[in-house]
Design a protein around this ligand. Structure first.
Ligand code: NAP
Ligand code: G4F
Length: 336
């Protein structure tokens, strides 16, 4: 039986990857950081099948201990301070976790077992002010946020350990991918949650920032398969994972509101305070290398994804209301 360790298992991608690997028959270990409020919501349905190990990407010894305990064949490094917006407020923490955390894990692998196969969660945010469209593995990086800068470091240190020490280390340059498990701070989920609350009379408006920025949005459940495929190849390499399409935040909003039978122009308020200090205007990925070498294709279209997320948030809020949660609590929990 193959063994895998997932950092960031409590996050969106970690939960889908854990499901995927369990279905493939893996023994799955997850690195989980201590939280006073509980962070296991996304994996509670898998609890009995997973082995969770306490640890943190900022704590070198905890990573070595996790590798000694899990004895993995594969490590998927998904943990990060992953929200671009907060990276301007916490640039040093973002660098500690999202950049140096990668080196800590690579050093742990080198120390404990250099035959472990390693996946690094790189990001299309590295393309930033994109130097060409669409963006491929050959497009130069031009990060536009402390998060993007940290991911460029994580990407190159992965390449460097592959070239310096011969580690089987791969970087997946993943474009935005979403799901009903997406954090509420990201724009797709903020919109799907906002639409649901407006539809059910729990909110009267939705405040957003830049409606003109464009992203290549795919479905997280499709993207975790690509992570696994990268580690099954004969040689380690880096791959762009994307849909090849680009859509604006405005298009996202239109589809989401109209799916709930609402006119978005009546509810969306553009709030300049939500603009970023530096914006990534347009991302669109060229995933032809992944298609030809991994045989990977995205399956869920953009409109399907948006409708899936709106339906899930409507169902979630309807359930909360049915269970008789006091209205104040409902409003408080739903704050963007
Ligand atoms: P997410 O939902 O924000 O999950 C992040 C995970 O990292 C959580 O499990 C979090 O734990 C954990 N974490 C944060 N700081 C940590 C630390 N110091 N030590 C250990 N664990 C820590 O992110 P995601 O959307 O699943 O993304 C997964 C990875 O892919 C991230 O590296 C992200 O930057 C990258 N990525 C994401 C996308 C995308 O569109 N989703 C695109 C490209 C790349 P808690 O639950 O305790 O907070
Ligand atoms: O949903 P977002 O916060 O995602 P962003 O910044 O593209 O980052 C995500 O994708 C990256 C891959 O490219 C990942 F590496 C990263 O970890 C994360 O998963 O924002 C998307 C766009 C931005 O242009 C933002 O300015 O939506 C715009 N936007 C407009 N109004 C908003 C809002 N974003 C957020 N979060 N909230 C708003 O109210």
């Amino acid at each position: 039986m193959k063994r895998a360790l997932i950092t960031g298992i409590t996050g969106q991608d970690g939960s889908y990857l854990a499901e995927f690997l369990l279905e493939k028959g893996y023994r799955v270990y997850g690195l989980v950081r201590r939280s006073s409020v509980g962070n296991l919501e996304r994996i509670k349905h898998l609890e009995k099948d997973l082995r969770l190990i306490p640890g943190d990407l900022t704590d070198q010894n905890s990573l070595i201990a996790a590798l000694v305990e899990a004895r993995p064949d594969e490590v998927y490094n998904l943990a990060a301070q992953s929200f671009v917006g907060v990276s301007w407020q916490q640039p040093v923490l973002t660098a500690q976790v999202t950049a140096l955390g990668v080196t800590r894990m690579l050093e742990a692998i080198r120390t404990v077992n250099p035959r472990i196969r390693f996946y690094q969660a790189s990001s299309s945010e590295m393309f930033g002010r994109a130097q060409e469209t669409p963006q491929s593995e050959k497009t130069p990086f031009y990060p536009r946020s402390p998060y993007g800068v940290a991911k460029v470091y994580g990407h190159y240190i992965t390449v460097n350990y592959r070239e310096s020490y011969g580690l089987f280390a791969c970087s997946g340059i993943l474009f935005n991918h979403e799901s009903p498990r997406r954090g509420l701070e990201f724009v797709t989920r903020k919109v799907s949650d906002g639409v649901a609350r407006i539809k059910l009379g729990l909110a009267g408006e939705l405040r957003l920032g830049n409606l003109d920025s464009r992203r290549d949005w795919g479905y997280a459940g499709d993207y975790v398969q690509a992570m696994w495929l990268m580690l099954q190849q004969d040689e380690p390499d880096d791959y762009v994972i994307a849909t090849g399409e680009t859509h604006s935040v405005r298009e996202l909003v239109e589809i989401a509101f109209s799916h709930a039978g609402l006119d978005w122009q009546k509810y969306v308020v553009v709030d300049p305070r939500l603009y970023r200090p530096a914006e990534v205007d347009l991302l669109q990925g060229d995933y032809s290398k992944a298609r030809s070498k991994l045989g990977w294709e995205p399956r869920v279209s953009f409109p399907e994804l948006v409708r899936m997320m709106v339906d899930a948030d409507l169902a979630r809020w309807e359930k909360i209301l049915r269970q008789g949660v006091p209205e104040d609590t409902v409003r408080e929990k739903g704050k963007p």
